[in-house]
Design a protein around this ligand. Structure first.
Ligand SMILES: CC(C)(COP(=O)(O)OP(=O)(O)OC[C@H]1O[C@@H](n2cnc3c(N)ncnc32)[C@H](O)[C@@H]1OP(=O)(O)O)[C@@H](O)C(=O)NCCC(=O)NCCS
Length: 167
């Protein structure tokens, strides 16, 4: 079966909910809004996520459309991520196009690097020619994954690396 990326869907089930509970609510800026939420809240979140991925304009005047993804290894969920379809000025400074994580029990085996390459391919399908990932300076695995995928460092501030990709 190997490595596979799938879009978030309203049919996603228990094993994905359980994986999300393995992630903290905020890890290096990767937000997991489903941490400690109930299963029914997760189901509502799935519906909202799918709806948001179908939008083309800003929502409520500030939120950009984004598409959520899962990474599977041999049919077992190992990561979650998302791609914003376009950026506002605020997201150019803080957020970027792509956010992703590998579940703690599956890290340091190359899956993060692979997931980022698959998310870049999805970004291209969404019409994003140049994708930005912003990474906290202490997050060495994420910076290394970005560089392994051909990312170019635009700038390094006191807090973050700003890394761009040609999709
Ligand atoms: C960042 C993250 C996705 C990387 O996933 P991963 O599957 O562990 O990464 P990989 O195994 O592909 O390793 C990526 C690189 O980091 C290095 N690395 C992995 N674990 C490391 C560690 N604990 N310390 C230092 N380097 C590490 C690898 O050697 C590799 O570098 P290389 O290509 O130069 O050899 C994962 O650590 C994670 O989910 N972190 C929490 C969420 C997060 O920070 N997301 C990114 C937000 S921008």
């Amino acid at each position: 079966m190997g490595i596979e990326i799938r879009k978030r869907s309203i049919d996603d089930g228990q094993e994905l909910y359980e994986m999300l509970q393995e992630f903290p609510a905020d890890e290096n800026g990767l937000l997991n809004t489903m941490k400690d939420k109930s299963y029914s809240e997760y189901q509502e979140w799935l519906k909202k996520s799918v709806w948001e991925s179908e939008q083309t304009e800003l929502m409520n005047g500030w939120k950009v459309p984004s598409t959520g993804y899962w990474l599977f290894e041999d049919g077992i969920p190992v990561g979650f991520g998302s791609v914003r379809h376009f950026l506002t000025d605020a997201l150019l400074q803080n957020g970027g196009h792509i956010g992703y994580g590998i579940r703690p029990s599956a890290r340091s085996r190359g899956l993060g690097t692979k997931f980022l390459s698959l998310l870049l391919a999805e970004s291209k399908k969404l019409g994003i020619g140049k994708a930005l990932v912003t990474i906290q300076n202490h997050n060495i695995p994420s910076i290394r994954s970005a560089l392994a995928n051909g990312g170019k460092i635009e700038k390094i501030t006191e807090v973050k690396h700003y890394i761009w990709f040609e999709t």
